[in-house]
Design a protein around this ligand. Structure first.
Ligand code: HCA
Ligand code: CU
Length: 413
């Protein structure tokens, strides 16, 4: 419409004419479509997470992690296949024998022997996985699409006949032929699995591709859709969101995002993503447990919680630059999209550094019971900047400096 008159509204039989998007308005249809109906967490810390290079969980650690995630309120936990090792099988059986609020899943290859062994452990559901891309079909199992359908459907039936939830996933979905995928999912859907899963096994998908593929599957199956996103290109959370917007309802996560290579969707990041969009989707989880859960798994792994982890990084709610601290002191929303209190955390205003502004110094001084006038405040702020040019001042150094100024009122020294 650039340079011309907007077209006349089409005649209507009353009410408002439909609003077409223009260059300067947002497409309201698109925004409405983005509303997410359902969100369920499948925590795979004890399956995908075990595939992280640094992970080796003892039976006690598995129970400890499961207990914390149960208290947090995850809907499902997926544990390593009983075929992986004797201890893995024992751990899975032990978990299956214990009281829990989440539904317990294990993850096996899509064949009858594996599925039966999984069923026999006492789990609530079995996740089966079949490679569907032509590359993997050739080098991995050599089955045709028709054979995948036949085997997949009968394995799903075996699991559901045993009274368990069945989930069928195609490995490397985004490098599989979409027509093949559709044929497979439609046929599997007739065997009545609880879910079909799409897996971005190599973390190569973009949010738009995820939206399109999941939308297509959504239109073609009746069962729920699960999505599993690797983070090789840093898109895991964004891709999971796109999957939810397109009609997926179950997202695979792990604590801190641990998994093969650099992992999958992190629990905390997924929660943060949804909390800022549709808080009602995550309100049933005990969000205040997130910091301790991330810290516990980091400790078990022998690592720090990474500095850039959403929510639980040590500095996730620390404000530093003068412009930021001024605004945050007036209204935290200025630079916080989530209230740290929601996670049992506190914000911090950093003041002992050369980027500091007067407002942060006034705030720190007030904590010490000191009220500087405007001239003093300007002078002491400049002094903090001068001193911290050599490196940040620790809180006690900063406090000593402020006290000294308060006493001498001229800042000698
Ligand atoms: C793998 C398998 C998997 C399976 C995902 C799923 C993947 O470790 O390669 O069953 O949904 O990323 O494809 O984790
Ligand atoms: Cu994976």
């Amino acid at each position: 419409m650039r340079g011309g008159q907007p077209p006349a509204s089409p005649p209507t039989s009353g009410g408002k004419p439909p609003q077409a998007p223009t260059e300067t308005t947002l497409d309201t249809d698109t925004r409405n479509r983005m509303r997410i109906e359902r969100f369920h967490i499948i925590d795979s810390t004890l399956r995908e997470g075990e595939q992280f290079a640094l992970a080796h969980f003892t039976p006690e650690q598995k129970l400890q992690i499961a207990q914390a995630l149960d208290d947090f309120g995850v809907d499902y936990m997926e544990l390593t296949s009983p075929l992986a090792s004797p201890q893995s099988a024992a751990d899975l059986r032990l978990m299956a024998s214990r009281p829990r609020s989440f539904r317990l899943l294990t993850h096996v290859r899509c064949n009858h022997d594996d599925a039966q062994l999984a069923i026999d452990t006492g789990v609530d559901g079995v996740d089966v996985l079949f490679a569907t891309s032509s590359a993997l079909r050739t080098v991995s199992h050599g089955y045709s699409i028709d054979e995948i359908i036949e085997i997949g459907a009968s394995v799903v039936r075996r699991i559901t006949d045993a009274g368990l939830e069945a989930r069928f996933s195609s490995e490397d979905s985004f490098r599989s032929d979409p027509d093949d995928l559709l044929r497979i999912y439609r046929a599997i859907d007739k065997a009545r699995p609880a879910r079909v899963g799409l897996a971005d096994t190599v973390g190569v998908a973009t949010p738009r591709q995820v939206y399109e593929l999941v939308s297509m599957v959504r239109r073609n199956v009746e069962c729920d859709i699960e999505f599993h996103a690797h983070n090789d290109t840093g898109c895991a959370i964004a891709n999971a969101l796109a999957a939810l917007e397109a009609g997926a309802s179950h997202i695979d996560v792990t604590v801190l995002g641990i998994g093969e290579r650099n992992g999958i969707v992190p629990l905390g990041g997924m929660i943060a993503r949804l909390l800022t969009l549709q808080p009602e989707l995550v309100e049933r989880y005990d969000l205040e447990m997130l910091p301790q859960i991330d810290a516990m798994v980091a400790e078990i792994l022998g690592i720090e919680v990474p500095f850039n982890t959403p929510v639980t990084a040590a500095n996730a709610f620390h404000h530093k630059a003068g412009m930021h601290t001024k605004a945050v002191l007036a209204d935290p929303h200025a630079y916080e999209v989530m209230d740290p209190g929601r996670f049992g955390l506190e914000r911090q205003i950093l003041a002992g550094h050369r980027l500091v502004g007067r407002h942060a110094i006034r705030d720190r001084a007030a904590l010490l019971g000191i009220a500087f006038d405007d001239d003093q405040l300007r002078a002491v702020t400049n002094e903090v900047k001068r001193r911290s040019d050599d490196g940040p001042l620790a809180n006690d150094e900063l406090d000593a400096l402020l006290m000294h100024w308060a006493v001498t009122k001229e800042g000698v020294g």
